[in-house]
Ligand binder design. Sequence first.
Ligand SMILES: [Fe+2]
Length: 379
Amino acid sequence: MNIKYFVKTVEKKKDHLSIKWNDNFKSKFHFLWLRDNCPTAIHPTANMRVFNILTVSKRIFPKKYTIENNKLNIDWSEGKHSSKFDLKWLRDHCYTEINREKYSSPYVLWNGKLKNNFNKIKLDHDKIINNDKYLKKWLELLHSYGFAIVKNSPIKRKSCFKILNRISHHRETFFGTPFEVVNIPKPNNTAYTAQALRNHTDLPYFEYAPGYQFLHCLINDATGGKSSVVDGFAVANHLMKKELEAFKILTSTHVKFKDTDYTQKAIRILHSPIITLTKDNDFNDIRFSMAAMGAIDINPKKMKEFYDAYQLFASLLHNNKFKINFRLNAGDIFCFNNRRVLHGRTEFDPNSGNRHLQGYYVERDEIIARLNYFNNIKV
Ligand SMILES: [Fe+2]
């Protein structure tokens, strides 16, 4: 076993045990944290905490503590309870160390140049179905690039369920699953017309917008209807580096998104910034849809600067430096992180041929959770 898992000294301090390990690293383990994480606190099969934090006081402390056989043994001052901690577990969960680690983003940001390397994001349908390693490769691409194209899939209606079930269940919405991206009379959404769609993320008016979108192309022989894709995180990153004021406005201004689909007995309204960040200041979400933007109702003093920033972001999201245009062919599945990557299309001529895509959503949680499983992440 690695020397870092052996203990040199243990000292009792005011509210924690201080452990010096054989590699000289010093960890703090607070008394309540230790009591809360006693191995007996975890159900052996459900792997969930059964211990109730309310059964001890905040004054609890170790009456006695020893190191024996790679274990830390503690007799507690309350509840006549003893704990035995595996030293390896303690070191692996040492929050002194975890909190010193520099955050590294899982995202590979990309721009229009990715088109020169397009094979990188293309995968084969049957290999994903038949091979777990290849499935993992797909998930890694989705997580890091937020974008992939699955080639050679069947063109039967609803046949995309099979490959999505390799990940997990899908996310249902009022559009149904799959939703039919085809031009219809009296459309309830501009996606269901033959008109051009500016780059957007879907359903930004949901508190929890769908994580991933899968557009399965069944037929595309109409003239026009070219797809576009752009990495919203890369554009946001550009703003952060070159246009900090605009970036600050877009991450702090709660703007109105709305949906009033005439086929629904529902009115959806959400106020959110266009760009949100995580606790590590990495990118979390992009919500961008000119079509689903409500009439902005922010303080008038901030309106001009908001529109300046919004228009700048919009122009970059449609700039050839960042976006890629490509043609979806029958049997392609266009897969993307809908809370990061924007998509659009050019106008098509419905009299020249057919264009029919079937759309599905899957939560981002499901992609990340499957990747964690394949990577055997310990928690
Ligand atoms: Fe869309």
